[in-house]
Design a protein around this ligand. Structure first.
Ligand code: C2O
Ligand code: CU
Ligand code: CU
Length: 478
C-alpha cells in the first residue's frame, strides 16, 4: 500500500516533470528560427522562383517639384505555390505594393483608395510629417473612400515603408499582403557612387514569414509568445527566391516586413558585406560586418561585393538555419560603382537641448502586453510634447523568470538616434537615424528624439500582434 508520503512525492515529481515539459515547450517557441527547413505542409514547389522586383510607381504629375501617387488597397489572389491560389491583399496588385520613390523637397500628393471590404489606413513608416498625414489609427479610410494627404518631403535619402495601421486589423492586413516601400532620394544619394540603378544593382528585399494551409490559404495563427510567425519565408512575395547577380557591387534595401520574427542575416559562406544605411538614411561610413540583425519594422541597406565570386557560385542569404533566398553568381561585367570610405555626415541631436527624460517600459508577451503598465486607449493621450522639443527616452524591457523577450520599439513621425544600449555606446550600424530600435530582453536603450511636426503620433512595439494587444501609446505634439 502506498503511504501518504509516497503519494505526495510522486505527485511532486510528476508536477516537476509537467512544468519542465511546459517550460521546454515555451522556450522552443521563443526561438523563431526553430522551424525545420523542409516544412512544406504537403505543398509542392517551395520556391526557387526568380526574385520579383516591385515596380516603381509612376508619378502622375508632370511638375518636377510635385508628385501625385495613386495606390489602391484591394483583394487579390497570389500564386506562391504552383497551381495553388492564395487569397491575399495588395496595393495596385495582389500582394505587397509598388515602390514609391520621392525626392527631398518635393511636394507629394497621395491618393489612397480603399477597395477592401474593411476599413484600412496607410501609415508612412519613418516619414517625418504632421500627424494628420501620418496614416495612423486616426486617419481611417472607409471602404470605397479615398484619403488624400499632401506633404513636403523634408528628410534625408532613406528606405521607408508604408502599411495599414487601423485598430484591430493592422496585423492581419499586413500579413495578407498590405505593405510597400517608400524611397527618398536627395543630393547626397545622387552624388554617392554606390549602386543606385533600381532593379539592376539596387534591389529591395522585403523579408516576411508566413504559414500556409494545405489548400494554399494563409494560416494566420497566434503563437503564444511572439505574435504570428511563419514557417515559410517570402522575399518580395516569393518563397525563398533566387536572384542572379553579375560580379559587381549589389545594394540591397532590406525591410523586415514580418509581423513578429527577427532575422539575423548572414551569407552562407560567412563573408563580409557592408551596411551603408539604417532606417532613416545613410550611416557616416560603410560598416563591414558578417551579420545583420533586423527586427520587425526595421530597414537596413547593405552592399555585397559579388566580384570576388565566380560564375555559377551560389550564395544563400540565411537567418540561423532559415533559408531566406539565394544568389546565383553570373557574369563578370564592368562595374563603376564603389563602396566609398565615407557616406554622409550624421549630425548628432544636441544633448544639451534635452528638455525631458522619459521612460518607456515594454512588458509581456502574447496577449498579455503593456507599455508603461497599461494598454492602448484611442481616447487617451499618454504624453504631450512641445513642437521642436528634444527628449531622451529610455526604453526598457523586463527580464522575466522565463527570460522575457525583446521588442522592436517604433515612434511615428520622427527619426531618432540611439545614445546607448545597456549603458554602452551603440554599435556602428545603430549610429545613424532610426525610427525602430530593438530592445532585447532585460535591455535598456536610450534614444534622443526630436518632435518636429504637430499632431498625434503613435509609439509602439512593432511586433504587430503586440501593438494590437495594446503595447502602444500616443503622444501629442503641440
Ligand atoms: Cu510601421 Cu506604427 O508602424
Ligand atoms: Cu510608423
Ligand atoms: Cu513586443
Amino acid at each position: 500500500m502506498l503511504s501518504k508520503k509516497w503519494i505526495f512525492v510522486s505527485l511532486l515529481i510528476s508536477g516537476v516533470v509537467l512544468i519542465s515539459v511546459g517550460l521546454v515547450g515555451l522556450f522552443s517557441q521563443i526561438n523563431p528560427f526553430d522551424f525545420p527547413d523542409d516544412f512544406g505542409g504537403g505543398i509542392i514547389d517551395r520556391g526557387g522562383r526568380e526574385l520579383p522586383i516591385p515596380v516603381l510607381l509612376a508619378d502622375e504629375n508632370e511638375d518636377e517639384n510635385i508628385a501625385d501617387y495613386r495606390i489602391i488597397a484591394k483583394q487579390g489572389q497570389s500564386n506562391f505555390y504552383k497551381d495553388v491560389l492564395t487569397p491575399t491583399l495588395g496595393y495596385n496588385g495582389s500582394f505587397l505594393g509598388p515602390v514609391i520613390k520621392v525626392r527631398r523637397g518635393e511636394l507629394v500628393n497621395m491618393h489612397v483608395q480603399n477597395d477592401l471590404s474593411d476599413t484600412t489606413s496607410v501609415h508612412w513608416h519613418g516619414l517625418e510629417v504632421g500627424g494628420l498625414s501620418d496614416g495612423g489609427p486616426h486617419q481611417v479610410i472607409l471602404p470605397g473612400e479615398v484619403w488624400q494627404p499632401s506633404f513636403v518631403i523634408d528628410q534625408p535619402a532613406s528606405t521607408l515603408w508604408f502599411h495599414p495601421h487601423v485598430i484591430g486589423s493592422t496585423a492581419t492586413q499586413v500579413y495578407y499582403g498590405l505593405a510597400g516601400l517608400l524611397l527618398i532620394e536627395d543630393e547626397f544619394s545622387d552624388s554617392l557612387n554606390i549602386p543606385k540603378d533600381y532593379g539592376v544593382n539596387d534591389i529591395p528585399l522585403i523579408i516576411q514569414d508566413r504559414s500556409f494551409r494545405r489548400d494554399g490559404s494563409f494560416d494566420y495563427s497566434l503563437n503564444m509568445m511572439d505574435g504570428v510567425v511563419g514557417d515559410t519565408i517570402l522575399v518580395n512575395g516569393a518563397i525563398t527566391p533566387t536572384l542572379t547577380v553579375n560580379q559587381v557591387n549589389m545594394r540591397f534595401r532590406i525591410l523586415n516586413g514580418a509581423n513578429a520574427s527577427n532575422f539575423n542575416l548572414e551569407l552562407s559562406n560567412r563573408d563580409d558585406f557592408y551596411q551603408i544605411a539604417s532606417d532613416g538614411g545613410f550611416l557616416e561610413k560603410p560598416v563591414k560586418r558578417d551579420r545583420l540583425f533586423i527586427s520587425p519594422g526595421e530597414r537596413a541597406e547593405i552592399i555585397v561585393d559579388f566580384s570576388v565570386y565566380k560564375e555559377g557560385d551560389v550564395i544563400v542569404l540565411r537567418s540561423g538555419n532559415r533559408r531566406i533566398m539565394s544568389f546565383v553568381v553570373g557574369k563578370k561585367i564592368e562595374d563603376t560603382t564603389e563602396i566609398p570610405e565615407t557616406l554622409v555626415k550624421v549630425e548628432p541631436l544636441d544633448v544639451s537641448k534635452v528638455t525631458a527624460i522619459k521612460t518607456i517600459e515594454l512588458d509581456g508577451m502574447g496577449h498579455m502586453v503593456s507599455l508603461n503598465g497599461r494598454q492602448f486607449d484611442m481616447d487617451r493621450i499618454d504624453d504631450n510634447v512641445q513642437q521642436g522639443a528634444i527628449e531622451i527616452w529610455e526604453i526598457t524591457t523586463l527580464r522575466t523568470m522565463m527570460g522575457g523577450m525583446g521588442h522592436p520599439f517604433h515612434i511615428h513621425g520622427t527619426q531618432f538616434q540611439v545614445l546607448s544600449r545597456n549603458g554602452k555606446e551603440p554599435s556602428e550600424g545603430e549610429k545613424g537615424f532610426k525610427d525602430t530600435v530593438f530592445v532585447g530582453a532585460g535591455e535598456t536603450v536610450r534614444i534622443i528624439v526630436q518632435f518636429k511636426h504637430k499632431g498625434i503620433f503613435m509609439y509602439h512595439c512593432h511586433i504587430l500582434e503586440h501593438e494590437e494587444a495594446g503595447m502602444m501609446g500616443q503622444l501629442e505634439v503641440e
